[in-house]
Design a protein around this ligand. Structure first.
Ligand SMILES: N[C@@H](CCC(=O)N[C@@H](CS)C(=O)NCC(=O)O)C(=O)O
Length: 214
């Protein structure tokens, strides 16, 4: 199995899921700016025309895209890891949270705030419209260890997205104590701590590469 990823991007959720599953996988880095596959300089776009990570090549050679889909694939492929849910209602609940994290948090809240080129109005509008999602998340996480009643791929995705809070000083996270406590807890989980430490080093190298190329 090959995971195309960029350091500290949303693809880290799949790395976490693969670590949780103890899966044998190759991690292939893609430069998010140039869309080059780092190891051989090839163009990533023939593999995923959108140039987006995560992209997963299964052991059968099938290319899968979209976080929510890939995470559920990994969970199903490695059932012993118990990182999804068994019955229909719980599985739907997992999908509910993956969709919430992907649309409301990842794309709705964080992407515009992380976009250094976005006009100030965009940040103001995003905060006004999307901070309510953090209120909702904070209420959900009060008194809970995980998004569901056990660790799941939703936690892998949520921890990955919330980790971007280190680059969004415009959000006052003190207002969301259950979210802060959750992230601190998740950062200590071995699979997540390992993924974050490894990808942080690669991220620093990516920044240095971009500076050198500028
Ligand atoms: N809808 C896609 C979005 C994936 C996505 O936005 N990936 C980002 C990294 S977090 C990316 O590859 N960005 C590079 C770009 O926008 O060109 C998914 O859920 O997988």
């Amino acid at each position: 199995m090959d995971l195309y990823f960029s350091p500290l991007a949303c693809s880290m959720a799949t790395r976490i899921a693969l670590y949780e599953a103890g899966a044998d996988a190759s991690y292939i880095e893609v430069d998010p700016k140039t869309k080059q596959v780092l190891r051989d300089g090839s163009d990533f776009r023939p593999i995923n025309p959108l140039g987006l990570v995560p992209t997963l090549r299964t052991d059968d050679g099938v290319i899968l895209t979209e976080n929510a889909a890939i995470l559920q694939y990994v969970a199903e492929r490695f059932p012993d890891a118990h990182i999804a849910s068994d019955n229909t209602t719980d599985r739907t609940r997992l999908q509910q949270w993956l969709c919430f994290i992907g649309t409301e948090l990842h794309k709705g809240l964080f992407v515009p705030l992380l976009d250094r080129k976005a006009p100030a109005d965009v940040h103001a509008y995003t905060l006004k419209k999307y901070l309510s999602r953090l209120d909702y998340l904070n209420s959900h996480l009060e008194g809970r260890e995980f998004v569901l009643d056990h660790f799941s791929v939703a936690d892998a995705y949520l921890a990955t997205v919330l980790n971007w809070s280190m680059a969004t000083p415009m959000i006052d996270f003190k207002a969301y104590p259950a979210v802060v406590a959750y992230l601190e807890r998740m950062r200590k989980r071995p699979s997540i701590a390992r993924a974050m430490a490894e990808e942080l080093e690669l991220y620093k190298a990516e920044i240095a590469r971009h500076k050198a190329a500028a």
